[in-house]
Design a protein around this ligand. Structure first.
Ligand code: ATP
Length: 319
């Protein structure tokens, strides 16, 4: 193998640049040429790429977003579009790819590897929804952003006897809500794993207000569960708290990556290049027991979601 490509795809996440940097520097150190492909699979099928040197990625370890851009290309599921991508790679003499993204990106890599292109996937998503890895690149930074914002909302909520309802990203995977809820001392955490019932939320809030005499309440809720503005109105109507909703939105995707994400991306990027050089064709790189390991993409996509029951119980015990 002489030439490889690297791309970022799906929703961006902080630390993608650190991953690109690691792939480039690791490739150069191992004598490989490396091409940066713009805008994920979209740029690939449009043959938009550039040769990267070790200097192309200078300063990138600290930057949020992705220097290569990211995009979604739903048509990439169609066989003729995938064949086109394979032809483009073959014409350029690129026989290996490192892709960074979520499970959709992994499926694209799987399709390419079935057609003979060696693909190693890195989990890059703020949702932490790749079950095969304990952490995905960007999750820790997004969590930090949520915590900083919730802490600020708590200050003002305490001053006004308010209940802040804060919607965070991650629907299929509630980790961002669960981890931020525990680490900010939120009174209530609602994810798609817990059944949402307005009556239960109201009952709990009245208990925190009247029995526990809390000055404020924080409700952290994953996106796409209910209309948080409506929920805040009901809270104002049915409890002693004044309800206010905040949707954190895309702010959670931005920012300079934390030390954890920089290190994770750096370790994963280097491992991906090592696996490509060793001749592996269809793997993703995961963090398991703090070790960086390679897992077959198929296996990774079929890994059942981890059970967060212990964390849920921990939260309920300490709130
Ligand atoms: P995020 O978790 O941020 O949503 P993701 O990688 O899961 O990231 P998707 O939009 O699902 O984001 O996928 C990214 C891209 O991967 C798609 O736009 C498409 O080009 C490709 N892709 C998704 N699913 C498949 C599939 N089944 N086969 C081939 N390619 C796919």
């Amino acid at each position: 193998m002489k030439k490889i490509g690297v791309l970022t795809s799906g929703g961006d996440s902080p630390g993608m640049n650190a991953a690109i940097r690691a792939v480039v520097r690791s490739s150069v150190a191992r004598g490989l040429e490396v091409y940066g492909i713009y805008d994920g699979y979209k740029g690939l099928v449009e043959d938009r790429m550039v040769k990267l040197t070790r200097f192309s990625v200078s300063d990138m370890i600290i930057k949020g977003g992705t220097m290569l851009g990211s995009a979604r290309l739903p048509e990439f599921k169609e066989p003729e579009i995938i064949d086109k991508a394979v032809d483009i790679l073959k014409n350029r003499g690129i026989d290996g790819l490192v892709v960074v993204g979520g499970d959709g990106t992994f499926r694209g890599a799987q399709a390419l590897s079935e057609r003979g292109i060696a693909c190693i996937a890195l989990p890059g998503t703020i949702d932490n929804d790749i079950a095969a890895t304990e952490y995905s690149i960007g999750f820790d930074t997004a969590l930090q952003t949520v915590i900083e914002n919730v802490d600020k909302l708590r200050d003002t909520s305490s001053s006004h006897h308010r209940c802040s309802v804060i919607e965070v990203m991650g629907n299929r995977c509630g980790d961002l809500a669960l981890y931020s809820g525990i680490t900010t001392g939120a009174e209530i955490i609602i994810t798609s794993d817990s059944e949402f019932k307005l009556e239960t939320v109201i009952e709990k809030l009245n208990y925190f207000d009247l029995v526990k005499q809390k000055n404020h309440a924080i409700v952290i809720i994953s996106e796409k569960i209910t209309d948080v503005y409506q929920l805040a109105k009901e809270i104002s109507k049915q409890t002693g708290f004044s309800g206010r909703a905040t949707v954190l939105g895309h702010i959670q995707r931005g920012g300079s990556p934390t030390a954890f994400d920089r290190l994770l991306a750096t370790r994963m990027g280097d491992k991906a290049v090592e696996r490509i050089v060793e001749g592996f064709k269809s793997e993703c790189i995961c963090l398991v027991n703090n070790e960086i390991v390679a897992v077959d993409i198929n296996e990774a996509l079929n890994t059942p979601e981890p059970n967060r029951k212990q964390l849920v119980e921990l939260h309920e015990r300490l709130v």
